[in-house]
Design a protein around this ligand. Structure first.
Ligand code: GTP
Ligand code: MG
Length: 224
């Protein structure tokens, strides 16, 4: 089932969410390696290009009340030139765009991937899905990208990225942190989540907002 965000059966007070997340970016930028690091804590220096799309599932204990099942869609870099991405992107609620810090053309492709995602997938309320930018292979960088922090922050603001991280699948740098950051953004966008107790006076407002939406209550209603 490719459905992105079914609210799973909940015991006691624990809620489970299933979220579909896309991982995109040019050939060889390290998408498969980042997923493999995140899901299995493994790394291999051999390159085997992904064909089409691959899948991985990772269960994240977000907090004592919240379990997040991430369905990661590892989309081959060569798919940017194909016409299947619209099918692959369907019902995703978040995305990671990866570039390789040692290859400038892969950074130039970032905006193309971002535009492709924004054009082809939306949240049920028509907002763009949250997207995080990963500068991968930072273990090979001559200078840390944090020297360019201002430029990167500006780039993200201009292109509508929720945030960016320097990362290394090889050295396990910022792999988990960036995924957790994306999950926090996805959770913010998911209006089916219970309203925190100290926000109880906002219940009426959010109920109203949902009832105006064109979506059934089962799907995420709005964003941030
Ligand atoms: P496609 O499936 O073709 O789109 O590529 P991909 O983005 O999935 O790249 P993949 O994960 O297969 O990695 C490509 C190559 O880069 C492999 O040889 C990896 O070992 C290497 N690689 C990936 N991440 C890192 C990293 O953080 N540091 C270094 N040094 N090498 C990396
Ligand atoms: Mg791959």
């Amino acid at each position: 089932d490719v459905c992105s965000s079914d609210l799973m059966a909940s015991g006691d007070d624990v809620r489970e969410y299933l979220y579909k997340v896309l991982v995109v970016g040019d050939l060889g930028t390290g998408k498969t390696s980042l997923i493999k690091r995140f899901v299995h804590n493994l790394f291999s220096s051999q390159y085997k290009a992904t064909i089409g799309v691959d899948f991985a599932l990772k269960v994240v204990e977000w907090d004592p009340q919240t379990i997040v099942r991430l369905q990661l869609w590892d989309i081959a870099g060569q798919e940017r030139f194909g016409n299947m991405t619209r099918v692959y992107y369907k019902e995703a609620v978040g995305a990671i765009v990866v570039f390789d810090v040692t290859r400038p053309p892969t950074f130039e492709a970032v905006s193309k991937w971002k535009t492709d995602v924004d054009k082809k997938v939306r949240l049920p309320n028509d907002d763009p899905i949250p997207v995080v930018l990963l500068a991968n292979k930072c273990d090979l960088a001559k200078e840390p990208l944090t020297n360019e922090k201002h430029m990167m922050d500006k780039y993200c603001a201009q292109h509508g990225f929720a945030g960016w991280f320097e990362a290394s699948a090889k050295e396990n740098i910022n792999v988990e942190a960036s995924v957790r950051f994306l999950i926090s953004k996805i959770l913010e966008c998911d209006t089916r989540r219970p309203v925190p107790a100290d926000d109880a006076d906002r219940i009426t407002l959010s109920d109203e907002a949902t009832s105006h939406g064109k979506n059934k209550p089962k799907t995420a209603g709005g964003c941030c």
